[in-house]
Design a protein around this ligand. Structure first.
Ligand SMILES: Nc1nc2c(c(=O)[nH]1)N[C@H]1C(S)=C(S)[C@@H](COP(=O)(O)O)O[C@H]1N2
Ligand SMILES: [Mo]
Length: 526
């Protein structure tokens, strides 16, 4: 071993990882929150400009958070190595690095919604582990000779004579033993953190046991096209396949028994409702298709489910809404918010406070125990998950999470259609081929879907029936394909006669427009 510099850095890394593990376990046991690491990730997202967050969601989909967390861990590991290496020059230097990291974590933890001094305990324990860990690990290293290049061998210098003497060997063995111990603490801590009941598991368990008036959804065969093409999208989106969009790094875990919705602002009387209060109202079941404003043309950020809940109109009636109000500012448990037109929440449509999704209690990631779901509006202005607060107010008096970041104040869904089969770039056999997909214009309704093959005429497709205008529509048709490359385009036509525009618009600020076009090839059968 020519130099002990690597061992100093390694000491920092091991102590650092052990501290992370300790903070993880402490957070789960003491505060019933996710580890401070997640608070830091949350903080980074909150401080990042909206367009960049949107871009990340668009580019990476649901992988954006694991990637962010991985990025943070990589940066931390580098800083841990630096802290260890700095300790070799003076122990105070590593104290400084670790203290700065702890301060950042402390700030992030306190900035969490509902964050308090008690949430600092895991951070303090991590800092202690870091400092003690580095001291314990580097103790034996002090006895190792300095790196060779640092000690120029001069005549009569006995210092270089002990490079691999018995003292050094002993020091190295002592270091390895202690490193092993610290590594053990780090690994068992991490394992323990995953084993001990996390807040999520606890709520997951309660969710499983929760008894709600739910029935299993039944898809009427008429809502599916006959003879669907291979690769067609199912009309009902199973909960596990339903797209998920939220700004929170870790979905909030809300206790259904403690859940309350507070309604205040421009109302006759403030009310606070529990889940049982909701269940005392008329419970309804509605098929509603939900989509994201940042779904690009042909994209996957849309799903169709049968939601169980109570009408938002009935709930607002309990509070009595003032005539000068035009909006409800909805806020979720973790602080995200959106502004929804009061008219949409109180008109004839089945805008719901939902607690059931496809016959199951709402999954945690989809807003357990209660969320809003509003036919005809994009999610970012209406579908507040983990909703806990409704302020009846006026659009002129606030901006919400996404409107503050430049997205449109109103988000009615735009007419759209999508080709699901064949896929873009796919090769199919020439001759008669079934093609199909989905089209939607929630709460307005579609009259037809047409396709255009290459530069041919627009032709009508077969449409399945729908239970209401609030869901997507399945379409299919048979094409007669010559061998070679083809382009297929789709467009929808509303009940009003309006034709889906071919003019392309970006998703920002209020939803994409344009026709979905795919390119595919037909091959001569061999
Ligand atoms: N609390 C909370 N609710 C939220 C969001 C969020 O970031 N936080 N995102 C909204 C957006 S942009 C969409 S498209 C829908 C997505 O709902 P889903 O994840 O159940 O598909 O939730 C909406 N409700
Ligand atoms: Mo969205």
């Amino acid at each position: 071993m020519r130099t002990s510099r690597g061992l100093w850095a390694l000491s920092g890394l091991l102590a650092g990882l052990a501290g992370l593990a300790v903070s993880h376990v402490a957070a789960m046991w003491l505060t019933n929150r996710e580890a401070p690491l997640y608070a830091v990730a949350d903080g980074i997202i909150r401080l990042t400009p909206g367009p960049i967050v949107r871009f990340a969601i668009d580019q990476l989909g649901t992988r954006n958070k694991p990637l962010l967390l991985t990025g943070i861990v990589v940066v931390l590991m580098i800083l841990f190595l630096v802290a260890g290496a700095q300790a070799r020059r003076h122990w105070l230097r590593s104290v400084l690095v670790f203290s700065v990291l702890a301060a950042v974590a402390a700030a992030a933890v306190l900035a969490q919604p509902g964050g308090g001094p008690f949430d600092l305990v895991p951070v303090a324990l991590a800092l202690m582990t870091w400092l003690v860990g580095v001291a314990v690990l580097t103790g034996p290293l002090v006895d190792l000779p300095a790196p060779v290049e640092a000690v120029a061998p001069t005549e009569g210098d006995v210092g270089t004579g002990v490079v691999d003497g018995p003292r050094a060997g002993h020091a190295r063995r002592a270091f390895l033993f202690r490193a092993g111990m610290v590594a053990l603490v780090a690994t068992s801590g991490t394992l323990l953190a995953n084993v001990v009941s996390r807040g999520r598991r606890r709520v997951e368990e309660a969710r499983r046991l929760l008894r709600l008036p739910l029935t299993q959804p039944v898809v009427d065969p008429r809502w599916r096209v006959e003879d669907p093409p291979e690769g067609a999208t199912g009309w009902l989106t199973p909960n596990n396949d339903f797209y998920r969009i939220h700004t929170a790094v870790v979905a909030p875990t809300v206790d259904a028994a403690e859940w309350r919705l507070r309604i205040h602002g421009l109302v006759d009387q403030e009310v606070e409702l529990s889940l049982n209060d909701l269940l005392a109202l008329d419970v309804v079941e509605e098929w509603i298709t939900l989509n994201c404003v940042s779904n690009p043309i042909g994209g996957p950020l849309i799903g169709n489910a049968r939601w169980t809940g109570v009408r938002t109109a009935d709930v607002l009636a309990l509070a009595g809404v003032h005539p000068d109000a035009d909006a409800v500012l909805q806020t979720s448990h973790e602080g995200w918010n959106c502004g929804t037109p009061l008219r949409v929440l109180t008109d004839e449509r089945n805008s719901l406070l939902a607690f059931g999704m496809n016959g199951q209690p709402l999954p945690i990631d989809h807003g357990y125990p209660v969320r809003t779901i509003t036919p005809g509006l994009y999610g970012y202005v209406s579908a507040c998950k983990w909703v806990v607060d409704w302020e009846v107010t006026r659009f002129a008096d606030f901006t919400a999470y996404w409107t503050h970041r430049g997205w449109a104040e109103r988000g009615p869904v735009k007419m759209a259609s999508r080709i699901d089969a064949p896929r873009d770039g796919q090769a199919v056999a020439a001759g008669r081929v079934r093609v199909g997909g989905m089209a939607w214009f929630q709460h307005t309704g579609l009259a037809a879907v047409e396709v255009q093959l290459d530069s041919g005429a627009w032709t009508r497709t077969e449409l399945a029936e729908v239970p209401s205008a609030d869901t997507w529509v399945q379409w299919a048709t048979t094409l007669d394909l010559e061998p070679g490359d083809h382009l297929l385009r789709v467009r929808a036509i509303a009940e009003s006669g309006e034709v889906q525009t071919s003019v392309a618009a970006e998703v920002a600020p209020d939803g994409a427009t344009g026709h979905h076009v795919i390119q595919f090839s037909a091959r001569e059968e061999v």
